[in-house]
Design a protein around this ligand. Structure first.
Ligand code: IMP
Ligand code: MG
Length: 192
């Protein structure tokens, strides 16, 4: 079933082939994830950790769906060359401000694709001795996984589409789309 692009975003959405998840669908799922986390972490003051920038919308909405004490921290990462990325090497541009030792940490991620980024970051966080470490991911690209990632809280499984919007970018654009859209393949392969 075709989902409509909000009229005021049609100009910015010229490179979008199709809406994958509407604002309403995302919102509903985020509310459910927040309730689940609030129930599981009552009294534990969890620390939610996000990797910038793709997670910005998801984390902002998620924390407002968790009505218990939480703290939030960010790291910023970037992959090196595509070959280094394939080997799972991640460059940490900004580390956490807070200590996670003995904390209940929830790593919040936008998309788990190959899993290489998250695998690297989780190992690095685990080495700091958190009381617990779980993953909350909005989107799970199941078919491209190279390393197994235990995802405790999952928004949606999805096929191998390249998606943008709701914080996710292509060349730093489209993060401000309120929905998640599938990018036209001709845009992705630079024929435009
Ligand atoms: P992985 O290391 O292959 O799991 O890559 C995960 C990271 O790649 C995510 O945190 C996103 O920032 C980015 N990514 C993966 N798939 C997409 C996509 O379809 N659109 C935008 N960014 C993506
Ligand atoms: Mg990311």
């Amino acid at each position: 079933m075709k989902k409509n692009i909000p009229v005021e975003f049609q100009e910015l959405s010229r490179d979008i082939q199709e809406v994958f998840l509407t604002q309403e669908e995302i919102h509903q799922r985020v509310i459910d994830l927040g309730s689940e986390i609030a129930r599981d972490y009552a009294g534990k003051k969890p620390l939610l950790v996000g990797a910038l920038k793709g997670v910005m919308c998801f984390l902002a909405d998620l924390v407002r769906a968790i009505p218990i004490v939480v703290e939030v921290d960010f790291m910023a990462v970037s992959s090196y060359s595509s070959e280094e990325r394939d080997r799972g090497v991640v460059r940490v541009i900004k580390d956490l401000d807070l200590s996670i030792t003995d904390r209940h940490v929830i790593f919040v991620e936008d998309v788990v694709d190959t899993g290489l980024t998250l695998n690297y970051l989780l190992r690095s966080l685990q080495a700091r001795g958190p009381a617990s470490l779980e993953v909350c991911a909005l989107l799970n690209k199941t078919s491209r996984r190279l390393v197994e990632i235990p995802i405790r809280y999952k928004g949606f499984d999805m096929p191998d589409y390249f998606i943008v919007g709701y914080g996710l970018d292509y060349g730093e654009r489209y993060r401000n789309l309120p929905f998640i859209g599938i990018l036209k393949p001709e845009v992705l392969f630079g024929k435009n």
